[in-house]
Design a protein. Structure first.
Length: 285
């Protein structure tokens, strides 16, 4: 694995080594946790589904009244140069837009833009074939449609997850499940309908792709899902950029379905991998 200290980072118009990249303490990301980000996977020199991630990044910025200081095409060129400089095999690129340097520590100013790249390790075959355990927690994020840098609740709950040997925590509000801190939730009903929450979530790019893939073979439904309902599901799984599809076999200590990853989840994972490979095979724009 490449040493983190040797990687290049883009900060406010310049490329620099990671140890030399910094922001002033007056930035609202530090003072108030105000900012947005997005993250996408890169294989070799090829970012996957970049158009979708850029669209969501600019949308998050707009909803937080932050102005991205580059056009999408300029940002695409910057990302391309960063990828070439670091030359990683499989990696993730994170774009962070902060609230800027604030004299009073509360009012936003000109945003700061950071783009960093790090090696990425995908879930092991063993984890996929065994499935994971999750816990639930009542919580609703502020502005769920925004990919905010505020992960306070998810980070605070790491202690509880570890204590219960859980991989993730699923949020719910008023009796309905929503999302994980970094992933989207799916369940498969007894009649093989693939269901995912429709409201109060960040609409993930992997979620979008999985819904399209699933619709080729199954009925797909985006709707409210009651917390009690998932205990009766045939299968459950999560989706994200870094985890693709991970089957969930246990929720709050209770087995889901057979207690093993189900055929729908595993089939959709293979379909997603095939989609990624087809995108990588396309000519570079």
């Amino acid at each position: 694995m490449e040493a983190q200290s040797s990687l290049q980072v883009f900060v406010n118009g310049s490329f620099t080594s990671a140890p030399q990249a910094f922001l002033h303490i007056s930035d609202l990301a530090i003072q108030r946790g105000y900012g947005v980000f997005d993250y996408f996977k890169v294989e070799g020199q090829n970012p996957l589904f970049l158009d979708d991630y850029l669209e969501r990044f600019y949308n998050s910025a707009s909803l937080m009244y932050l102005q991205v200081p580059y056009s999408k095409e300029d940002l695409r060129q910057i990302i391309g140069k960063l990828i070439r400089l670091n030359n990683l095999t499989v990696s993730g690129v994170k774009m962070i837009l902060t609230g800027g340097y604030s004299e009073g520590g509360f009012e936003p100013s000109a945003p700061n833009l950071i783009i960093q790249q790090q090696p990425l390790v995908l879930p092991s075959i063993a984890k996929v074939t065994q499935g994971i355990s999750i816990i639930t927690h009542e919580y609703l994020r502020d502005l769920p449609v925004v990919k905010s840098i505020n992960y306070t609740t998810g980070i605070r709950l790491l202690h509880h997850m570890k204590a219960q040997n859980a991989e993730e925590v699923l949020y719910h509000s008023n009796g309905f499940v929503t999302e994980f801190p970094r992933c989207n939730f799916f369940m498969v009903t007894q009649d093989n309908t693939v269901v995912t929450p429709a409201e109060n979530i960040l609409k993930g790019i992997t979620r979008k792709n999985v819904m399209k893939l699933a619709a080729r073979k199954y009925k797909v439904d985006a709707r409210d899902i009651m917390l009690d309902e998932i205990m009766q599901a045939k299968e459950t799984f999560l989706t994200s950029t870094t985890k693709r599809i991970l089957p969930i076999v246990q929720v709050n200590g209770q087995l889901i379905g057979s207690g093993k990853p189900g055929p729908v989840s595993l089939e959709l994972l293979q379909d997603l991998i095939a989609l990624e490979q087809s995108v990588l095979a396309e000519p570079v724009k």
